[in-house]
Design a protein around this ligand. Structure first.
Ligand SMILES: [Zn+2]
Length: 173
């Protein structure tokens, strides 16, 4: 949250100032003219930890980032929720976009805190399995591969590291 941002009201274009708003109060950009509050919230992202079983070993599907702040490191498919998104629809869309697979969405693994491009975000991560399609790199991903859950490469984001640790703990590895 950058307090140099939101200096003008998006509704009436007059000056906004950061001051207490809401109950309990928190600092928000409030228009000095019309009173409009541009509420600042954590940004939610929905992500898929896609798994498969190879004998007794659980494998996870990861994609290497070909661009952006995590370039060269590995990540799971997902993305920010748009205002009119439904959770599951958005998750399936992101898996198709980045890896070309349709997923069956399983249980919620957890909700994890992270940071992206200077903003604090929350990552909502589901355990998924491939319903159809062969994984391929697309969009921001330049390589895809399956890894044993306890032998993953360098992961781009703390939330994904935490999610992998949580899954390892859950399946007792
Ligand atoms: Zn205003």
């Amino acid at each position: 949250m950058n307090r140099d941002d939101w200096r003008y009201c998006p509704r009436c274009a007059e000056h906004s100032e950061w001051r207490d708003a809401g109950h309990p109060p928190s600092l928000q950009p409030v228009c000095q003219s019309c009173g409009f509050v541009a509420w600042q919230n954590l940004k939610p992202s929905v992500e898929a930890l896609i798994v498969r079983d190879d004998g007794s070993v659980t494998q996870v599907l990861l994609g290497r980032l070909g661009m952006g702040p995590g370039k060269g490191r590995w990540d799971i498919p997902g993305g920010f929720l748009n205002a009119d998104d439904r959770l599951h629809d958005a998750l399936r869309r992101e898996c198709l976009r980045e890896m070309g697979v349709d997923v069956a969405i399983g249980e919620l693994l957890g909700v994890f805190e992270d940071e992206f491009a200077g903003s604090r975000i929350i990552s909502i991560i589901y355990v998924c399995r491939i319903a159809s399609g062969e994984p391929r790199a697309a969009d921001i991903v330049d390589e895809v591969a399956w890894f044993p859950i306890d032998q993953t490469p360098e992961i781009a984001y703390p939330a994904v590291r935490d999610a992998l640790a949580s899954l390892r703990e859950r399946i007792g590895r």
